[in-house]
Design a protein around this ligand. Structure first.
Ligand code: AMP
Length: 352
């Protein structure tokens, strides 16, 4: 029997975990990633070492694979479209287009009936001042493109915060100002849509960030049933709106009254869903592989309460301690150098 091959663009830890899940279901994987010996390639069948938009590499990936997916949202849209002309690409390239630009993303969410913070596009210093004035001097300024883990952001907490020269200091690139959301907590939902349109969503995780990077995801989140229902409904509208296939991550702010404000979406498996590998029978990684391969989705039921903690930089020194504890699943990413701020692994502790 010839085994089928799934192509994955991007060679980080998410690609690594997708490749492991794929192998368990008898799929071969090819990783497209410019950095040799990347975390994903260490556990995949093959790596094409080339830029994400290298035409020859993309054509080879299309030739060799039955379906191509990706593990990060900044895959060049033109590359995904070139591939999609030759081979099935899931999630659809449209999802990349929406997720890569915070302005497009917010408008798309609003068009799907999903509430976000209020926002204004900012293309000049004058735009910035007008926008902040509209929001009473408070707001969060973000680059429209290529921001992640809190990078490329500036918070204005009071009307006295100086705006002088800020547009230039942010690089004179297209920006967006969002109204400041006085949220009570942050949650995310990981949902999946299959090729037959079936949708399954995992329980909501409650997320705590440190220095703009996810620190922990805790299950269950301290929210009421209505909040869970609203998040799931939002993810269903978004997935249907994008005619999506695969796993998506959606982050929300939870207000004191339990209502939700969508913050951002990630058209891929998501860090705040890593707990699913320890607390569910079918993890988000397997769910994504099932979806893009056209298989039936697994149950997202959770059998345990748990806390997932990211191991960032020097947190690698704690691995021996985590390994000595019962009910902890340790997952390391095969990165040689533990630089500050670098995600090196994660642990999920089952609580009961
Ligand atoms: P983001 O890169 O959009 O996920 O933002 C990083 C973090 O900044 C979020 O997880 C929030 O903690 C905070 N943040 C982002 N946008 C807002 C906002 N409009 N109001 C209040 N806090 C925000």
């Amino acid at each position: 029997m010839t085994l089928e091959t799934i192509g994955i663009i991007g060679g980080g830890q998410l690609g690594r975990m997708l490749a492991i899940a794929a192998a368990r279901l008898n799929f071969r994987t090819i990783i497209l990633e410019p950095q040799a010996d990347c975390p994903a390639a260490q556990v995949a069948n093959r790596q094409i070492v080339a830029a994400y938009d290298d035409p020859a590499a993309l054509d080879e990936l299309a030739r060799e694979c039955r379906v191509v997916t990706y593990e990060f949202e900044n895959v060049p849209v033109a590359a995904a479209e070139r591939l999609a002309a030759l081979r099935t690409v899931y999630p659809p390239p449209k999802a990349l287009e929406v997720a890569q630009d915070r302005l497009t993303e917010k408008r798309f969410l609003n068009d799907c009936g999903i509430e976000t913070a209020k926002f204004h596009a900012v293309d000049s210093q004058a735009d910035l001042e007008r926008a902040l004035e509209d929001f009473g001097g408070k707001g969060v300024l973000k680059t429209r493109r290529l921001g992640y883990d809190g990078k490329g952001q500036r918070v204005f907490r009071t009307p006295d915060d100086s705006t002088s020269g800020v547009f230039e200091a942010m690089g004179s690139v297209p920006l967006i100002v969002e109204s400041f959301v006085p949220f009570e907590r942050e949650v995310s939902v990981i949902a999946a849509r299959g090729t037959d349109g079936t949708i399954e969503a995992y329980d909501l995780a409650e997320n705590v960030h440190r220095n703009g990077i996810l620190h922990t995801s805790t299950l269950p989140a301290r929210i009421g049933e209505a909040t869970t229902v609203a998040a799931r409904a939002a993810s269903e509208r978004l997935l249907a709106g994008l005619d999506y296939v695969g796993v998506i991550g959606m982050e929300f702010f939870v207000m004191a009254d339990g209502t939700l404000i969508a913050n951002e979406i990630a058209p891929r498996v998501h860090n705040s869903g890593h707990w699913t590998e320890a607390a569910c029978v079918v993890s988000q990684f397997e769910q994504h592989i099932r979806a893009v391969a056209g298989l039936s989705l697994g149950s997202p039921a959770r059998h345990s309460d748990c806390v997932m903690t990211n191991l960032i930089g020097d947190d690698m020194n704690d691995v021996a301690g985590w390994l000595a504890r019962p009910n902890v699943l340790v997952h390391l990413y095969g990165k040689a150098e533990a630089r500050p701020g670098r995600k090196m692994g994660h642990v999920t502790e089952l609580l009961r």
